[in-house]
Design a protein. Structure first.
Length: 528
């Protein structure tokens, strides 16, 4: 077959495969719903797929005189060459669980956008068997336009669905109404919106009027750090799930492959690898782990429709500010030529979503543009911080303040604080990483410590949220000790340097964090 004809056949079959994926989403969802067990749909899907693949393998191999792969050939396959089935299973499970919530259009748009962005990065780095290619601005522009198109689709879904409800006089249910549930029936508001500009304007006015009334009716009366209001994002818990998984994966990669990540983030400037790269990347991993824990907690609260509570608004704000701070550090480094574009895009995909969505949720729950509730919440939270009900409560007050002061020092004076801890500071890479660590210290960890303090004061340590936060704090403590202790015992690996004067006190603080959080995690309703 001529090359041109083969190309045309490939395009047609690829298009049919894409159509099949869209149908597969609905087929698997229907199977899971009918069986009353969503994982069962994934099992059946892969069982049938395995049988079909086996038939294709047999027909393609033996009738054509080919041989099955030998054991020696299979031993040459790299480790990552065996995880394709796991990735496929993950895809099927995600579609089965979230297709009813997102709808086929939104789900497919997210898949295609993520696939395009990742394929561009895989080509750029030459990973998992792909040939290394350049990254021209046209491909970057295409990826950006895909993201914009996906965002416009989601926004239009929200506006149309809320306009339909507003014009009918009904209040919208919690969360965004999925696109698949919109009813384009005769005389429906959504269809009339699409018919003429006049009906579009009327629907928007109705929606704005309803939003103002809702804001007045649900104005918070009592606030903490942030605010308490009516949060209508319950249906978007999948965003928190995606953020949690992304942050956990980011933490695992940052801790396990610091040199690889240094090459991705800093390019050739990272070579030769500085001895501080490993401990600093592993310290940064504790921040990503904390962010993933926050997102996981908020995912559960979103499912319960309780994102508007004071403590959840506080967690939302901290997660958003962490994402914004980290993106700010990366962007400034990129602008000065010390950070690569692929590294910036890779971080922005998670951190940017965290910042934008977190601030959106916070603004809706804290009174929108009105700064009053947020200011009252900050004042009330600051007052509660210094109300000490016992030793445990006092320790968390001290830890909260300590995290904030350390984070500010890392951000404002990175070189001085690096030298004070490690006795050594070299290159912009260490400064960038240190500031990323400081971003977590000034946003996530003090928020976790203060929220646990509130639970201590209220006798609620056994509740899921403080227990999960205690786990995150203990994990951060263990991560810091694991990264810092070798430097204290054997030095930073630089012959002319010795550990800084603050390293031992820092180890003591993190040992305290680990011990206190571990005791609280296992204490249940008891306190010490």
């Amino acid at each position: 077959m001529a090359r041109g004809a083969l190309f045309a056949v490939g395009v047609i079959l690829a298009a049919l495969a894409g159509i099949g994926l869209a149908f597969q989403t609905g087929v698997n969802t229907t199977l899971g719903r009918a069986a009353g067990n969503k994982p069962f749909a994934a099992v059946i899907s892969f069982s049938v797929g395995t049988a079909a693949s086996l038939i294709y393998f047999l027909l393609d191999t033996y009738p054509r005189g080919r041989h099955a792969p030998s054991l020696s050939k299979l031993k040459e396959v790299p480790g990552w060459g065996w995880i394709g089935g796991v990735l496929g299973a993950f895809y099927v499970v995600v579609t089965v669980i979230f297709a009813p919530t997102l709808g086929a259009g939104t789900l497919t748009a997210v898949f295609v956008t993520a696939q395009l962005i990742m394929s561009v990065l895989l080509d750029y780095w030459g990973l998992v068997g792909f040939q290394k290619k350049t990254l021209p601005w046209v491909r970057i522009l295409g990826a950006v336009l895909m993201i914009i198109g996906r965002s416009m689709q989601t926004m239009s879904t929200t506006v149309f669905s809320q306009a339909r409800l507003a014009s009918s006089g009904a209040k919208p249910a919690s969360g965004m109404l999925p696109f698949s549930r919109l009813q384009f029936t005769k005389g429906s508001p959504v269809k009339s919106v699409s018919k003429s500009l006049q009906s579009k304007v009327a629907a928007r006015r109705s929606l704005v009027t309803y939003a103002r009334q809702t804001r007045t009716e649900t104005r918070p009366t009592k606030t903490g750090f942030g605010g308490e209001g009516d949060e209508r994002g319950r249906g978007n818990s999948f965003i928190y799930t995606a953020l949690a998984i992304s942050y956990f994966a980011k933490a695992a990669l940052t801790a396990s492959a610091p040199h690889t990540l240094a090459d991705i983030w800093f390019g050739t400037a990272a070579l030769p690898h500085d001895p501080l790269h490993e401990p600093l990347f592993r310290l940064a991993a504790t921040g990503f782990l904390a962010a993933g824990t926050f997102a996981w907690i908020l995912k559960g609260e979103a499912e319960e429709g309780d994102l508007g509570s004071a403590s959840n608004q506080r967690l939302n704000l901290a997660l958003a500010l962490f994402g914004a701070a980290a993106i700010g550090v990366d962007t400034l480094a990129f602008a000065s030529g010390n950070f690569t574009l692929p590294g910036l895009l890779l971080n922005a995909s998670v951190l940017g979503t965290s910042a934008v969505y977190g601030l959106q949720v916070y603004s809706r729950g804290a009174g929108g543009r009105d700064p009053g509730p947020a200011a009252e919440g900050a004042a009330g939270g600051l007052s509660n911080l210094f109300k000490i009900s016992g030793l445990n409560s006092g320790l968390h007050t001290v830890l909260t303040l300590n995290f904030i002061l350390a984070g500010v020092a890392y951000l404002v004076a990175p070189d001085a604080s690096l030298n004070a801890v490690f006795g050594y500071s070299k290159g912009t890479e260490a400064t960038i990483l240190w500031r990323l660590i400081g971003g977590a210290l000034v946003t996530l960890l003090p928020t976790a410590a203060f929220t646990v303090k509130e639970a201590v004061d209220n006798g609620a340590l056994a509740n899921p949220k403080p227990r999960t936060l205690n786990f995150a704090l203990a994990a951060a403590g263990i991560g810091h000790i694991a990264a810092l202790w070798p430097i204290y015992t054997i030095g930073a690996g630089i012959s002319e340097s010795q550990p800084g004067p603050l390293l031992l006190p820092l180890l003591g603080i993190w040992a305290t964090v680990t011990a206190v959080s571990g005791l609280n995690f296992f204490a249940g309703k008891k306190d010490f």
